[in-house]
Design a protein around this ligand. Structure first.
Ligand SMILES: [Cu+2]
Length: 289
C-alpha cells in the first residue's frame, strides 16, 4: 500500500518542480522583477500623470487592483482614491482643491500610489468597491502652494465588477506597517522586500512617503527639506502610499535596498488647523538591513 503512494507523491513533486522551472525561465528574459508573477494575478491599471492632469480610464474593475501611477510631468505626483458615497463629485472637487479635510470626512479614502518622481512609476494595490470614486493629487504646487488638485489633477472614476475582479487579498511576504495617529509602526516581520501590508489603525487619513537617506542625511534634514526645499534633496525617493482612511488596508510591493529610510506623512490634521502630520510626530527613521 505504501509504495504506490510514495511514487505518486514523487511524481507530483517532480511535476511541481518542472512547472516552477518553466515559470522562472520564462521570467528571466523580462526586465520585470520575479515578483511580477504575483502582480499579474490581479487587474493592473496604469494611469499617467502630467503637470497638471491625469489620463484616467472611464471605468476600473472592482476588487483588489494594482494601480501604477506613471509620471510624465516635471514635478512629483500622487493619486488618492476616495469612494464618494453620498458626497457629490462637485463637493469632493471643491474640498480637495482647498485641501479641506473636514469636508471630506464622509468619503472613504482607500489609498493609492504616492511619491512618484518625474519619469518614474509607483505601484500600489488598493481595494475598490463598486461605485463612484474621486481621485486627486494633494501635493502643493511650487508656484502657489495650492494642491495640484486645484490645478486640474482631479477626476472621477466609475468602479464596476468585472470578469477579472479579484476579491482575495494579496499574499503578504514583506511584513506589515501600521499608520497611526501620529507615527509609523512596522512590525517585526517587516523586511522592506516583498508585498507589504499597510494598515491605518488611527482615526485620521494618513499617507506614507518613503525616502532613502543620502550619506550624511538625518531624519530632521529629510523632514526640513520637505517643509522648505533648498539645494539637493538629502534622499532618494522610494515610493509610498497616499490617502488611506481609518481601518483601511492596502498593499505595496517593495524592493528596498539596505540603508536608512525615512517615512513621512504630510496629510493635514483637520483638528489642528490642517497642521501636517509630520509636525505632529509622523516622521520616522527606519533601517532596512
Ligand atoms: Cu498622517
Amino acid at each position: 500500500m505504501l509504495r504506490p503512494r510514495v511514487l505518486i507523491v514523487a511524481v507530483a513533486a517532480a511535476a511541481a518542480l518542472s512547472l516552477t522551472a518553466c515559470g522562472s525561465s520564462s521570467e528571466s528574459g523580462s526586465s520585470d522583477p520575479p515578483s511580477a508573477v504575483a502582480l499579474t494575478a490581479r487587474p493592473h491599471v496604469t494611469i499617467d500623470a502630467s503637470d497638471d492632469r491625469y489620463t484616467l480610464p472611464a471605468t476600473m474593475p472592482s476588487g483588489w487592483v494594482d494601480v501604477t501611477l506613471h509620471n510624465s510631468g516635471k514635478v512629483g505626483h500622487q493619486i488618492a482614491f476616495a469612494k464618494l458615497g453620498s458626497v457629490s463629485f462637485a463637493a469632493f472637487k471643491k474640498a480637495a482643491s482647498a485641501t479641506d479635510m473636514k469636508a471630506l470626512t464622509d468619503v472613504q479614502f482607500v489609498g493609492g500610489p504616492n511619491n512618484v518622481d518625474p519619469g518614474g512609476s509607483v505601484t500600489a494595490t488598493v481595494h475598490l468597491e463598486p461605485g463612484v470614486y474621486g481621485v486627486a493629487c494633494f501635493i502643493p504646487a511650487d508656484r502657489d502652494g495650492k494642491p495640484h488638485a486645484e490645478h486640474g489633477m482631479i477626476g472621477e472614476v466609475n468602479v464596476v465588477k468585472a470578469a477579472d475582479s479579484v476579491d482575495d487579498s494579496p499574499m503578504v511576504d514583506g511584513g506589515n506597517i501600521s499608520l497611526s495617529d501620529f507615527t509609523f509602526l512596522p512590525d517585526a516581520s517587516f523586511t522592506g522586500v516583498g508585498m507589504v501590508e499597510i494598515k491605518n489603525v488611527g482615526t485620521q487619513v494618513h499617507e506614507m512617503i518613503m525616502v532613502k537617506e543620502a550619506p550624511g542625511a538625518t531624519l530632521d534634514k529629510v523632514k526640513n527639506f520637505f517643509i522648505k526645499p533648498s539645494g539637493r534633496p538629502p534622499f532618494a525617493s522610494a515610493g509610498g502610499v497616499v490617502g488611506l482612511g481609518p481601518n483601511e488596508t492596502m498593499y505595496e510591493k517593495m524592493a528596498l535596498t539596505p540603508g536608512r529610510y525615512v517615512l513621512l506623512c504630510f496629510f493635514p490634521d483637520p483638528t489642528k488647523d490642517n497642521l501636517p502630520h509630520a509636525l505632529e510626530g509622523m516622521a520616522k527613521e527606519i533601517t532596512v538591513s
